[in-house]
Design a protein around this ligand. Structure first.
Ligand SMILES: [Zn+2]
Length: 301
């Protein structure tokens, strides 16, 4: 078995310690010079050469993700939750807006999986997860949080993504997030990564191999939704673990919400209780300039 899958948190923590610890200075310098010899590297923020993310841009990234916010108003395809009296939309908490430096960082991380970027993005997702959990238990009886951990479920990466990237970006980001966050307080739920509960249906996997169909972010919302519905199914492990489980959904980017809607549909049908969702970045909706209550912390590099 792949050791990454068994100990995602432990490995990420070890990687972070190596990266940020005393040995990290030497390691980073060595990696940088090695990478620089093979191929020149530019900062994704300011295009300075030699580092994938320079210290100033890392600080900007931190500032842009330090205040997580409610992002569900922008995503029109999110599932509606109906009780006898109310209709609400699935609550999604985001660390930052999917634009500028954040968008470049997410894309560079997904395409290259750069270890430094994972460590820089992780804390933002950790803050979004914490807000998502806090909003989920808000106003409810502390006892209802229960002692069982909440499962963190993300969309399985497509066959195309596995073939081209060789790793699952969201799971990797999640392991960085959990390694960077402080342990939960006594009244906060424990969060447990639960990969491997869902998979793409065979038809969706094959579809993802067609490069013209793989660009989710560039498709219209309606086409995206049509393509996403029915694209996921439970694995045997999912059948075993999901009935009755408390779940938080996790994804890297929120656009229309159709991916989270499909996750919700499958998990709800499996008998899981979905308490909310956390994403690293939320794409502003059409004409949404003033909708997010986010203070721009620093001018965009
Ligand atoms: Zn920079």
């Amino acid at each position: 078995m792949d050791p990454m899958r068994r100990h995602p948190v432990g490995l990420a923590r070890a990687a972070d310690q190596l990266w940020f610890g005393p040995a990290g200075v030497v390691t980073r310098a060595a990696l940088r010079s090695a990478a620089g010899i093979i191929t020149p590297v530019w900062c994704i923020g300011c295009a300075e050469q030699d580092e994938v993310l320079c210290e100033l841009c890392a600080e900007d990234l931190h500032l842009l993700t330090r205040a997580p916010f409610a992002a569900e108003q922008q995503a029109l395809a999110l599932p509606l939750l109906m009780t006898c009296e109310t209709i609400t939309v699935l609550r999604v908490s985001a660390a930052g807006r999917y634009e500028g430096l954040l968008a470049r960082a997410v894309l560079a991380f997904k395409d290259h999986g750069a270890i430094g970027l994972g460590a820089a993005l992780g804390p933002g997702l950790a803050r979004a997860l914490r807000l998502a959990a806090a909003r989920a238990v808000e106003g409810s009886d502390p006892a209802s949080t229960g002692s069982r951990p909440w499962l963190l479920v993300s969309p399985p990466s497509s066959l195309r993504s596995q073939l081209t990237r060789g790793f699952d970006p969201v799971q990797k980001l999640l392991s960085h997030a959990l390694a960077s966050g402080s342990p939960p307080d006594h009244d906060e739920p424990r969060l447990l990564p639960a990969p491997g509960l869902l998979r793409q249906t065979r038809a969706a996997s094959l579809r993802s191999l067609n490069p013209a169909q793989g660009r989710q972010k560039t498709r219209g919302a309606r086409a995206r939704r049509r393509r996403t519905v029915g694209s996921l199914e439970l694995t045997p492990r999912g059948h075993q673990m999901l009935p009755g489980a408390e779940v938080l959904l996790v994804d890297d980017v929120l656009t229309s919400g159709s991916t989270l809607a499909e996750l919700y549909r499958v998990l709800d049908a499996a008998g899981a209780s979905i308490r909310g969702a956390a994403v690293f970045a939320a794409a502003p909706g059409p004409g949404a300039e003033s909708e997010f209550p986010l203070v721009r912390a620093s001018p965009e590099a």
